[in-house]
Design a protein around this ligand. Sequence first.
Ligand code: SAM
Ligand code: SF4
Length: 330
Amino acid sequence: MNTLKDSFGRSFPYIRLSITDVCNFKCGYCLPNGYQVDKSDNRTFLRAEEIGRLSKALSELGVCKIRLTGGEPTVRKDFFDIVKLIKSNSGIKKTVITTNGYHLDKIASKIKESGLDGINISIDSLNRETFKKITSHDRLPEILRGIEELQKLNFKNIKVNAVLLRGVNDSEKDFNEWSQFIKNNEIDFRYIELMQTGDNLDYFNKYHVPATKFTDYLNKNNWIIQTLGRDAGPSKNYINSEFKGKFGVIAPYSKDFCKSCNRLRITAKGDLRLCLFGNTGINIRHLMQTDEQIEELKDLILKQLNFKKESHYLELGETGLTKNLSTTGG
Ligand code: SAM
Ligand code: SF4
């Protein structure tokens, strides 16, 4: 079997696939004015059959995990059909999603039934007012109810992510609230360091705070760093025997962050992105049209990997094609 490897010796068992750019939230760091149709690009989002073929090609290239993201992936009416297709039609072992959880209480049982292998839910604050300020939506209670539903259904592998924001959710009080949350709850909570994108420079300058603000807290409170599996995400995880859940930190500005890169991205319109912040983004959709094209699709993906760069060069302020993370799925 061919496997996805780049010229720096990194392999890629993990794909992040955006299935829509549409989102109903207005997170200040991502889509502060809400989703806007891109009038310069009239291509539609990938159809379920195209996604089915793509996932088959990827599994034959050694990919074992696909994360469905967006935009908000669950706004797609055929969301569960897509999950079903990936699970039945490809050898992908883990299919997981990242969601803002806006109707999680309503779809929890369908999520369980669909056989999804994990869910990352974005919750920037446990304080209802702060949550509302960041996302422009007063939906925290239903999201938390949705998590309870999932747990009642014995759904495993629930993670919660928050973007760390200076003066908004980065106080010891915030950290203690999350500690309480994971104390008796088998949930991993991770802070993501705010990333600069093409659109959010002012927001970034105002709210960016290094992830060390949180890791200092973890070190002070006896959390111990853990080693990771081959298809693990970008989070550094911390454990503490007094807690059922784990803490984690995603710090894209940290030294050597890109060395452990094991993932590629595909946008909702079928562009392969070698890096969240890269300038390369060739379209591979034309090879998702028939089952006979799967070999050709695999070849094209393999060839493109030779162009993957060593690092994102974010620390130099290079944001590449990324205007905001709703098009590449974060
Ligand atoms: N709508 C879904 C959600 O919010 O979970 C999925 C897509 S969203 C783009 C994926 C993740 O990227 C979310 O956890 C979000 O908080 C994060 N994100 C978006 N913009 C970001 C930025 N500029 N810096 C760091 N994380 C960001
Ligand atoms: Fe939507 Fe997710 Fe972006 Fe928030 S972070 S605006 S929920 S895509």
